[in-house]
Design a binder for this molecule. Structure first.
Ligand code: GLY
Ligand code: MN
Ligand code: MN
Length: 497
């Protein structure tokens, strides 16, 4: 792209009203900086009416309405402002792909940039919910084609009327949001911070930092138990992720010939074709890179005889993500030491998954996995069994030199979903049917770790699956990928090119 996409109308709500195409004049617009009156007149007319009528609501819209009802009940008499967020600059006049704020998506099903959901209190109880959205581009004043954010440049968007049908919410022009919200009848107001700096600045006088922080915590906790729609999306995310892992294994020889980047690109292609994107930066960690927990540079060699730790997840079109890890022998067969360590992690994961059940504590699966790993580290002599028993190791946390991270987290719209929710409802609480979490123990022996035998150094193994808490116990949503060492080997053999 060579053209300047400097926003005009986006920063000037009056533009649509004045009808002045003057304001676009002089903007660098590729090779064409001047617009003749004849061309301007031509561009105003001759366009078909493409308004879509009789649209069905999005499948998620009734679920979003039920979530809004829970929100309304929690904040009687308060005005609530939930922005989708704005585009962020990557460099000069190019932006990152937009990804709407999870709080906004959860409560609307919508993903439009710059949008804002507002809950207007109707009295002592209840709220009227409404959206502020960017309307279709004005063709009279030239916004449509002269503004870098006009629809001619970025594509058609839904009209406010279309959005109302799809989302089941009344919609107004977002360019009036700040003005209308500041002029509205005074009411206690909360806003989800961190997404829309302009709106935060406009409402600064009526906002309270502590109350907004509490609001964010509440919204995070509102996502703890997934509804039927969300569980369906997480299933779809896992199914697409299985396909992405399968692609990566099929193309391992290409990765050996190039680098970890081949794996990243291969998985990403699947994520973009079957979903919206990857839900987080894929960790494609070959050899000793597997001991770096968030290895996302992915620029290393892929060497037969070593292991590949692939931690990746497809995010669906509705923005729910999987989070799956497999550690794979690059040449298709684990060696003896790799197999021994893999088996320990597998056993730890099995113990963790078994502890995921309704009524169990959230912490139970972590404790169960850590116990298995601590026992194994003692048995291998990496922890001195003449000094410590397993209880003492766990009490002191000595296993953590090699287990490094927590054993899992909630999963949903965010890969680390519900991370802002209060301890009492999450990490200190009991599991309930409908919760979805990862179980992902690992062992990591750093290359420069002089406390382990040399042959352990540079080995990192994690196995991660996405587990739904059911009424009876749990269901592994990512079971489509093999986990046992021998099943991994057999699966890889079927895919070898
Ligand atoms: N992929 C990040 C994590 O497993 O938590
Ligand atoms: Mn995870
Ligand atoms: Mn992961």
């Amino acid at each position: 792209m060579t053209e300047d996409r400097t926003p005009a109308v986006a920063e000037n709500p009056e533009a649509a009203d004045t009808g002045a195409q003057e304001q676009f004049k002089g903007r660098k617009n590729g090779l064409y900086s001047e617009v003749s009156d004849e061309l301007a007149a031509s561009m105003k007319s001759g366009w078909a009416d493409t308004e879509l009528r009789g649209l069905e609501p999005l499948p998620q819209s009734p679920y979003a309405a039920a979530r809004r009802a829970r929100l309304s009940a929690a904040y009687p008499g308060e005005r609530l402002v939930i922005p989708a967020g704005n585009l962020r600059v990557r460099a000069n006049d190019t932006e990152y792909n937009f990804r709407a704020a999870s709080e906004y998506v959860h409560l609307t099903g919508d993903q439009t940039e710059d949008a804002v959901l507002v809950a207007e209190p109707t009295g002592a109880t209840g709220h009227d919910f409404g959206l502020y959205l960017r309307p279709r581009s004005n063709r009279e004043n030239g916004e449509f084609w002269l503004d870098g954010y006009g629809e001619l440049w970025v594509g058609r968007r839904h009209s406010l009327g279309e959005a109302e049908q799809l989302l089941g919410l009344p919609a107004r022009d977002v360019r009036k949001a700040a003005e209308e919200l500041t002029a509205a009848t005074p009411a206690p107001t909360r806003l989800v911070r961190g997404y829309d700096a302009g709106l935060e600045a406009a409402l600064a006088d009526v906002l309270d930092e502590e109350k907004d922080a509490e609001f964010k915590e509440f919204l995070s906790g509102l996502r703890l138990v997934k509804d039927e729609f969300e569980i369906g999306e997480l299933r779809a995310a896992c199914a697409a992720t299985v396909n992405g892992f399968t692609d990566a294994v099929r193309e391992l020889s290409q990765a050996v010939a190039t680098s970890e980047r081949w794996i990243e690109g291969t998985f990403w292609r699947r994520a973009r074709v079957e979903g919206n994107d990857v839900g987080y930066g894929s960790i494609c960690a070959a050899g000793p890179h597997a001991t770096t927990l968030h290895w996302v540079r992915n620029d290393g060699d892929v060497r037969p005889g070593e292991l590949l730790l692939l931690d990746a997840g497809v995010e669906t079109h509705t923005l729910y993500t999987a989070d799956v890890t497999r550690t794979l022998p690059i040449n298709g067969r684990f060696n003896e030491l790799q197999r021994k360590i893999y088996q320990a992690v597998y056993d730890a994961q099995e113990a963790g998954i078994a502890a995921v059940r309704p009524g169990g504590r959230f912490r139970d699966f972590h404790d169960a996995s850590q116990r298995v790993l601590a026992e194994r580290l003692l048995a291998w002599g990496l922890l001195d069994a003449s000094v410590y028993d397993v209880e003492k190791v766990l009490e002191l946390g000595l296993q953590r030199r090699w287990t490094l991270h927590g054993t899992g987290h909630m999963l949903g719209l965010d890969v680390h979903d519900c991370a802002h929710s209060r301890r009492e409802v999450h990490v200190d609480a009991l599991l309930e049917p409908g919760m979805v979490l990862t179980v992902e123990p690992g062992l990591y022996f750093q290359q420069d770790d002089l406390t382990v035998p040399e042959e352990y150094r540079g080995i990192g193994i994690r196995i991660e699956d996405d587990i739904l808490v059911t009424a009876e116990g749990n269901e592994n949503l990512s079971a489509g990928l093999p986990r046992r060492a021998e099943d991994v080997e057999a699966w890889m053999a079927t895919l070898a090119g």
